[in-house]
Design a protein around this ligand. Structure first.
Ligand SMILES: NC(=O)C1=CN([C@@H]2O[C@H](COP(=O)(O)OP(=O)(O)OC[C@H]3O[C@@H](n4cnc5c(N)ncnc54)[C@H](O)[C@@H]3O)[C@@H](O)[C@H]2O)C=CC1
Ligand SMILES: O=C1[C@@H](O)[C@H](O)[C@@H](O)[C@H](O)[C@H]1O
Length: 338
């Protein structure tokens, strides 16, 4: 039984606590903390977990074998580094940290520790449909890939959402996904800025990213964060011999008043429900018996941060921005990006 402490009991923290408490096996949430002490007490009380005043206290708790970080991005570096110092495995929600320099500090700390402790929450690698897409590609069903078309549409975003966040918070999932899908790095990023959606107020929405893969595949990613009708994630790969696309995800079709319709998920919790379950179950399974995490590593978190920084720079300059990574430490060589 892996005893987990959760830092940050907001939206995704509570969702991960629910799955670790009511869905998955081999895990128990023994401690929680949040800067909002009221929400931490409420969540901890509901599941009978210890409620700590700080993340540092939670990481030091002997009843915590592994840490799950679900607090805001700027706090991730501190908690991931403290977990590495304590020698405890840490699952960190994306982004690994909010700057590439901070991600590199985490990589260096983990390398100094000597074995993998960190996994980053890039859950699309665990989604059944994305795994099927990758299988179709890897088994040669559509021949050599040439292009990929992606759309990442959120119904709405909170008022504090800035245009850069369409890249650093949302497109970063496609950035990680394409590295994994094509098994190679992103070489350069461009960002095109279309007419502004009036539903987004002053926010520049949508954006169109062009990711150049190292082997020449071009990926376009539409990021819309005020699409209103629901949460819609699309992907289609064009190959020399055919195409393969994510299919319709809905388990039901509703027929009424002369129409047949497919419900659209409200948000990421619904669309990626099973992906998060598999992601956490595989993480727990890997840790059981003292093993290392096998999912997206701190190197993947760093590489995603460098590409997303390049996207932010491309948005600012309007130009093509190359993605330049540091030398990859041996600790990660065998697994990037499998
Ligand atoms: N993998 C995925 O699909 C998703 C990942 N995320 C990521 O999860 C993280 C949290 O996002 P949400 O749950 O949507 O945000 P949220 O705002 O609902 O929850 C974050 C919680 O962290 C707490 N917090 C902030 N600073 C803290 C600190 N220093 N120590 C302890 N607690 C602190 C806040 O009080 C809040 O309760 C973000 O990094 C976000 O990018 C969020 C949604 C989906
Ligand atoms: O990570 C997530 C959110 O933080 C982000 O804001 C959304 O755009 C993503 O779709 C979701 O998966």
């Amino acid at each position: 039984m892996i005893r987990v402490g959760v830092i940050g009991t907001g939206m995704i923290g509570q969702d991960h606590i629910r799955r670790m408490t009511t869905v998955l096996s081999g895990v128990r949430v023994t401690a929680v903390t949040d800067v909002d002490a009221r929400v931490a007490a409420e969540v901890g009380g509901r599941i009978g977990a210890a409620v700590h005043a700080t993340g540092a206290e939670l990481i030091a708790d002997p009843q915590v074998d592994a840490v799950v970080v679900c607090s805001w991005g700027p706090t991730h570096e501190e908690y991931v580094l403290a977990s590495i110092t304590a020698g405890k495995p840490v699952f960190c929600e994306k982004p690994l940290a909010t700057t590439q320099e901070a991600c590199l500090r985490i990589v260096e700390a983990e390398v100094a520790h000597g074995n993998r402790l960190v996994q980053v929450g890039y859950m699309r690698r665990y989604d059944f449909a994305y795994r099927q897409l990758k299988h179709a590609l890897d088994s040669g069903q559509i021949g050599a890939p040439l292009l990929m078309h992606c759309a990442h549409r959120n119904a709405s975003v909170p008022g504090h959402f800035q245009k850069e966040m369409s890249i650093t918070d949302s497109a970063v999932h496609e950035i990680d996904m394409v590295r994994w899908m094509f098994g190679e790095e992103i070489a350069a990023v461009r960002v095109l800025v279309p007419r502004r959606n009036r539903h987004g107020g002053d926010l520049q929405d949508p954006l169109l990213l062009i990711l150049e893969m190292a082997g020449g595949v071009l990926v376009d990613v539409e990021i819309s964060v005020n699409i209103r009708y629901g949460y819609d994630i699309r992907g289609e790969i064009v190959g020399e011999d055919g195409t393969v696309a994510l299919g319709v995800q809905n388990p039901i079709e509703v027929r009424r008043e002369g129409r047949a319709g497919l419900p659209v998920p409200a948000d990421w919790r619904e669309r990626f429900l099973q992906a998060y379950d598999v992601e956490f179950q595989e993480w727990i399974h890997a840790l059981a018996g003292g093993g290392q995490p096998l999912g997206p590593s701190s190197w993947d978190g760093y590489a995603a941060a460098v590409a997303s920084d390049a996207g932010v720079e491309a948005l600012r300059s309007g130009g093509r921005v190359p993605v330049v990574l540091a030398e990859q430490p041996k600790l990660y060589v065998a697994e990037v990006p499998a």
